[in-house]
Design a protein around this ligand. Structure first.
Ligand SMILES: *[C@@H]1O[C@H](CO)[C@@H](O)[C@H](O)[C@H]1NC(C)=O
Ligand SMILES: *[C@@H]1O[C@H](CO)[C@@H](O)[C@H](O)[C@H]1NC(C)=O
Ligand SMILES: *[C@@H]1O[C@H](CO)[C@@H](O)[C@H](O)[C@H]1NC(C)=O
Ligand SMILES: *[C@@H]1O[C@H](CO)[C@@H](O)[C@H](O)[C@H]1NC(C)=O
Ligand SMILES: *[C@@H]1O[C@H](CO)[C@@H](O)[C@H](O)[C@H]1NC(C)=O
Ligand SMILES: *[C@@H]1O[C@H](CO)[C@@H](O)[C@H](O)[C@H]1NC(C)=O
Ligand SMILES: *[C@@H]1O[C@H](CO)[C@@H](O)[C@H](O)[C@H]1NC(C)=O
Length: 692
């Protein structure tokens, strides 16, 4: 019984000793081989190689001492036995080169110290292609590690140029179509670039798709580029499409193929000025309609929406006048695909003509309560560009716009001379005076004539007949004699009395200050002008002397001033010239600019303000009820005026006639081959064009 116990004890002790030894051993092992995380420090990369080359995939690792490193080829990881070929001594240490028995071209270069496990393949060929991977086996204490799966590809350059697959020509505008370019088979795939007239177009990703296919026969790659032309327009007509094939592993020239497209597209049309010299009064403007299209389009002209069907020549002649202002001239181009219209608008610069001219004499009756009392004066002109109208008193602007309200003219001091100005860009400003007269005593102005010496004028205004006009010198009435003559002429509501004297004999010698005044009388009473003071000297010789002296001084002064002014005026004129040119409207078109027209506008110097037809307007004033009536010779303007009177007077700019009467007498002659005249009735000065 005890022996069994002793046996058991000794067995237990042996087990204990063995266990203790193992633990000790394990500690010693751990000390010699520290635990290392396994990973691949330098991985292999895909390789493109020419047949016959030697390639090497590196694999430098960090691993447990007992882990093995293997290479897989096409996921086949047991390449079989490898036998040592030789050792090579390098400065990095000893390199052992092994050769796989089953694959003699596959060799391992191993540097144990640095953990290099490189795989090299000599004399590569298509058969060696595939996927390669380096792996570190799992051990008791570490996970396995794997490199990327990398390719070995044996390059095969394309043997031919690419091919363009085009749809049937002609292409039609608006119909989407595909252009396909197919590369010649190669390995790896070639790249394709598509050009339209030498401009790369396949960069627009939305309209280009790439497809890679494997050519079964040769086991090579084929690239297809499909480009979709969403809307083949005129820009594609006659466009040269080029497809270039680029293969990166060969120096052989880039191969390409080209083709020309043919597209049926909607015509395009534009109107171009053919005027080489500045347009003038009575001149005829020539325009050409330039059309493009495939098939070749037919051309037609129209004017203000009128179809001039038989006018098919590409040029049109338009006599310019005020009557063609704001008319549109257009041309239509038609082919089997569609129709395009283009038009220009002629804007003719013409000077202002009166439609409603303000009266020269306005009577305000402060006592009358009649509703017929004139409360608004109008100045309405027709011009292009529109005129700016301002109303003035003592040189200051008191109102703007085409009407002037008399509502606040309520005091006698407010009667007198007023004026209005009509300013029109490119034309001279028109400035006219008018009189506002408060019904009652006469309104009298006295002035010395600026043109003639020894002439005084007395202007007497009155709405009722003027009974008498008398002159007074130093409060003494004077009358016609052989030294002075007084003459009076009367118009509708004013008289002018002129006093011419034979200086100095009428001037009493005792007085140095002579006061001249003029007195008018009507049914409401008499009124006197302000006193005109004639500042004269007694002695005529003194006067003569001072005149000679002052003349002499003046001559010196003026010659100095003249020199200065000459230069200044020249400078101002120059500046004016520029200013005028700048102000003239610029001609442009949505699609293109017509430099010719701009030139013509720039050279316009016509400032014709002939207002001949103003005589046709006459003004009548009924002094009993103060109703302003205006009568016109021209019936058309009368209608315009009627329309106007309904309009509010707040419109601040000049009136522009909307009348569209009598524009065309279409007397063109379609037999002329190149140019055709389109005649408009009436000739007026022309000024500019504006293209819409
Ligand atoms: C393994 O390949 C790497 C990278 O190409 C290289 O630096 C190293 O020298 C090679 N080692 C051996 C033993 O061939
Ligand atoms: C053009 O190619 C695309 C594919 O890229 C296809 O969906 C489309 O139908 C093709 N269009 C024509 C007109 O062939
Ligand atoms: C070549 O074609 C094959 C099969 O379609 C494809 O897997 C491979 O990625 C292609 N190669 C290139 C470089 O496009
Ligand atoms: C324009 O033509 C009219 C009529 O033929 C003529 O009276 C006028 O003098 C011409 N004006 C100019 C500037 O040539
Ligand atoms: C073009 O002008 C012609 C003639 O004036 C007209 O009949 C047609 O409707 C116009 N077409 C377009 C697209 O404006
Ligand atoms: C030309 O006429 C059109 C209407 O036909 C009008 O809208 C436009 O304002 C006019 N332009 C000028 C400068 O008179
Ligand atoms: C007349 O004067 C009144 C008061 O000053 C003013 O409100 C009104 O706008 C004036 N009317 C005109 C037409 O100037």
């Amino acid at each position: 019984m005890t022996s069994i116990y002793q046996q058991q004890l000794s067995l237990f002790m042996i087990v204990y000793i063995k266990l203790a030894l193992t633990i000790k051993n394990a500690n010693a092992f751990e000390y010699a081989h520290p635990k290392i995380n396994q990973n691949i420090l330098i991985e292999p990369h895909s390789i493109y190689a020419y047949p016959g080359e030697t390639v090497q995939f590196p694999c430098i690792v960090s691993k447990q001492f007992d882990a093995t490193v293997t290479w897989c080829w096409n996921d086949f990881c047991t390449l079989g036995k490898a036998q040592l070929l030789r050792h090579e001594a390098t400065h990095d240490g000893l390199i052992s080169i092994y050769q796989y028995a089953a694959y003699p071209k596959f060799r391992l270069s191993i540097n144990e110290r640095l953990n290099h496990y490189n795989l090299s393949i000599t004399d590569v060929s298509d058969k060696d292609e595939g996927i390669f991977q380096c792996q570190i086996q799992r051990t008791m204490r570490a996970h396995e590690a794997r490199s990327e799966r990398v390719h070995l590809t044996i390059v095969a350059p394309p043997m031919d140029r690419p091919k363009l697959l085009l749809p049937i020509m002609p292409l039609k505008q608006g119909q989407s179509t595909n252009i396909t370019c197919v590369s010649s088979p190669s390995k790896p795939a070639s790249e394709l670039i598509l050009y339209k007239n030498e401009e790369i177009i396949n960069s627009e990703l939305s309209s280009a798709t790439y497809v890679y296919e494997l050519d079964k026969d040769t086991n090579k790659n084929v690239t297809k580029l499909i480009y979709t032309i969403d809307d083949p327009d005129s820009s594609w007509h006659n466009a040269v499409v080029k497809c270039k094939q680029i293969y990166e592993f060969a120096n052989n020239p880039q191969l390409y193929v080209i083709a020309k497209l043919n597209v049926y597209y909607k015509p395009r049309a534009r109107i171009e000025s053919q005027n080489r010299s500045p347009l003038n009064v009575n001149s005829t403007a020539t325009f050409r309609c330039i059309v493009h299209g495939n098939p070749e389009p037919q051309l037609k002209w129209f004017a203000n929406s009128m179809d001039l069907a038989s006018l098919t020549s590409p040029t049109i002649n338009i006599p310019l006048s005020k009557h063609v202002h704001n008319h549109s001239i257009g041309c239509t181009a038609i082919n089997s695909v569609g129709m395009t219209n283009t038009s220009i608008r002629l804007l003719i610069r013409y000077p202002p003509t009166f439609i409603v001219r303000p009266p020269k004499f306005v009577v305000v009756d402060l006592n009358s309560k009649s509703s017929l009392k004139p409360t608004i004066l109008r100045c309405i002109v027709d011009s292009y560009p529109r005129s700016k109208i301002t109303w003035h008193r003592y040189g200051e602007i008191i109102a703007k716009g085409l009407s002037f309200n008399l509502e606040n003219i309520t005091k006698r001091e407010q009667q007198g001379i007023y004026s209005y100005r009509i300013e029109t860009e490119g034309f001279e400003t028109i400035k006219n005076d008018f009189i506002i007269y408060m019904k009652g005593k006469p309104l009298i102005y006295i002035q010395e004539s600026k043109q003639y010496s020894r002439l005084f004028e007395c202007q007497v205004y009155s709405s009722s007949p003027i009974l008498r006009i008398t002159w007074r010198l130093n409060d003494q009435p004077i009358e016609s004699s052989d030294q002075l003559s007084i003459s009076t002429t009367c118009g509708d509501y004013s008289c002018i009395s002129k006093l011419v004297y034979n200086y100095p004999r009428i001037i009493p010698s005792s007085k140095t200050l002579n006061r001249l005044s003029c007195i008018g009388e009507n049914e409401f009473g008499i009124d006197q002008s302000r006193l005109y003071q004639m500042n004269t000297s007694d002695d005529p010789t003194m006067i003569l002397l001072s005149i000679i002296l002052s003349t002499f001084i003046l001559i010196i002064f003026f010659s100095a001033v003249a020199v200065y002014c000459c230069c200044r005026v020249r400078r101002i004129r120059k500046r004016h010239k520029c200013l005028n040119n700048k102000k003239l409207p610029v001609v442009y078109d949505e699609h293109y600019s017509i430099n010719e027209l701009i030139k013509e506008v720039g050279s316009l110097r016509t400032c014709n303000t002939s207002m001949n037809n103003t005589d046709k307007l006459s003004l009548q004033m009924d002094s009993t009820d103060h109703l302003l009536t205006t009568s016109f010779n021209n019936h058309n303007t009368k209608t315009v005026l009627d329309n106007l009177s309904n309009e509010s007077s707040t419109n601040s700019s000049g009136f522009h006639s909307k009348s569209t009467t009598t524009i065309f007498n279409n007397e063109y002659s379609p037999r002329l081959p190149e140019t055709v005249d389109l005649k408009f009735s009436g000739i007026y000065p022309l000024y500019t064009y504006h293209i819409k």
